[in-house]
Design a protein around this ligand. Structure first.
Ligand code: GDP
Ligand code: MN
Length: 419
């Protein structure tokens, strides 16, 4: 589960991570009023407005008009997802900038060309930056433990740093039982070549971050940049947290942080039925049981010249209702040109799946060919149910056969790419 920057900062602050003074607003009027009351009246002369969307690259992103898609400008320069107001009447500037940003769309390298609608702005005090650093903690699956990555070249995207100056990234792992040790934190600080007065505060901050990562139960904690200010403070200028979905059941307090408007509507709907559904950008919908079979099925689709439109795992214990919902969700993706059902009936019996499919097909108009492969427990009964439903299916006998049928159906639909 992704969080907005302001939510991430609020959580991190509880673990002693310093963040800039900030306020969240939803309207331009609020932006103006808050800037005046909470910043100008507190002697703050410069603020930054930051669009809150679930994607990065905002600083270089472009705000476009919500309806026309036209890029917006401010005094002749592009309106970005991060804008500074630092001279003159900053409350008035905040108001006018917020008018441009809120309700419009922000396009960044991570959003796709449609961008994301900006519904919140985070207003923060501008800090005088001496140096920008990069810090992240994420799970290193190949080592089965979290990895800390730190670089003295913050501010730019870490992929670029990793490609161009890999030696500038310092890595260290967190032992699952021992935790992150003080000596490791100091070692990282030394390896980065930080000035002496920064070694201790930086090492202490790393330890706070490691504690936060574990307590919050994240997949990713990233500060880019973490800044060293000219007045000698370390502050998280940007923060990104991705919560571990598998640990969410332990954290009912995170539920209000979910922003469903930032998520794919079909994925949100699927989660109501406890279906594992991940939208992909291909044209073959695939409904499968079990993650392994899902992977194999996606490979097979790819080999037959299609591209998976989704990853839909109905799991082992699907009932008729859930199968029907899964099928309906899969078909409601407009990119789906062919639907493939590939179920190995073990605990979930094939006849139940067949009934689910038939039930779903009675509720929704099917505009695409459906290839069905049901194998395992009660496969015979399933074939009978499909046959007597009077609906049209392409029945496949094996995985290879299913691949061929998908290929054929794609060709007929004129949606086959090269094989
Ligand atoms: P991102 O582009 O989505 O990662 O958004 P960031 O929060 O990282 O902001 C992008 C850039 O805006 C930062 O790297 C800074 O250069 C600049 N920026 C953001 N806040 C401040 C600030 O308080 N002071 C200064 N001087 N620059 C800032
Ligand atoms: Mn950033």
């Amino acid at each position: 589960m992704h969080l907005h920057e302001f939510q991430a900062k609020e959580l991190l602050q509880r673990y002693g991570v310093p963040v800039p003074l900030g306020r969240v607003v939803r309207t331009a009027e609020e932006a103006g009023a808050v800037t005046y009351q909470d910043f100008v009246l507190n002697g703050i002369r410069a603020i930054v407005l930051k669009a809150q969307i679930h994607a990065g690259g905002r600083g270089k992103g472009q705000i476009v008009h919500a309806d026309t898609g036209e890029p917006l400008t401010w005094n002749g320069s592009p309106v970005r997802g991060v804008m500074l107001a630092r001279e003159g009447n900053i409350a008035d500037k905040a108001y006018r900038l917020a008018l441009q940003m809120l309700g419009n769309r922000l396009v960044t390298t991570q959003t796709g060309s449609a961008g994301r609608r900006v519904r919140y702005l985070l207003i923060e005090e501008v800090l005088p930056i001496a140096q920008e650093l990069y810090v992240s903690i994420t799970l290193d699956r190949s080592r089965n433990r979290p990895v800390l990555m730190v670089s003295a070249e913050g501010g730019m995207d870490i992929e670029t740093v990793a490609a161009e100056r890999p030696e500038s990234i310092v890595r260290d792992h967190i032992h699952p039982l021992w935790g992150f040790q003080a000596f490791q934190a100091r070692r990282i600080a030394f390896r980065l070549g930080l000035p002496n007065e920064l070694i201790t505060p930086f090492a202490e901050l790393l330890q706070k971050l490691a504690r936060a990562y574990e307590a919050i139960e994240c997949n990713l904690l990233e500060l880019n940049p973490l800044v060293y200010t000219t007045d000698g403070r370390l502050v998280a200028l940007d923060a990104k947290l991705t919560l571990d979905d598998n640990a969410l059941f332990r954290h009912p307090e995170y539920e209000p942080l979910r922003d469903v408007e930032e998520e794919d509507p079909l994925e949100v709907e699927a989660s109501h039925y406890h279906l594992s559904y991940v939208k992909l950008d291909g044209n073959v919908g695939c409904m499968v049981n079990g993650a392994g079979l899902a992977m194999a099925t996606m490979d097979m689709i790819q080999l037959s010249g299609g591209r998976p439109a989704n990853f839909l795992d109905v799991g082992g214990a699907a009932n008729v209702e859930r199968i029907a919902q899964a099928f309906r969700i899969m078909l409601s993706d407009p990119n789906v040109r062919v639907a493939l059902v590939n179920i190995f009936g073990g605990i979930v019996r094939c006849d139940r799946v067949a009934n689910g499919i038939v039930q779903a097909l009675q509720q929704v108009a099917v505009r695409v060919p459906v290839v069905v492969r049901l194998e395992g427990t009660n496969a015979e009964e399933a074939a009978q149910i499909l046959h007597s439903s009077g609906l049209r299916f392409r029945v496949a006998r094996s995985l290879e056969d299913a691949a061929l049928q998908v290929q054929e159906a794609l060709r007929e639909a004129g949606a086959l790419t090269e094989v």
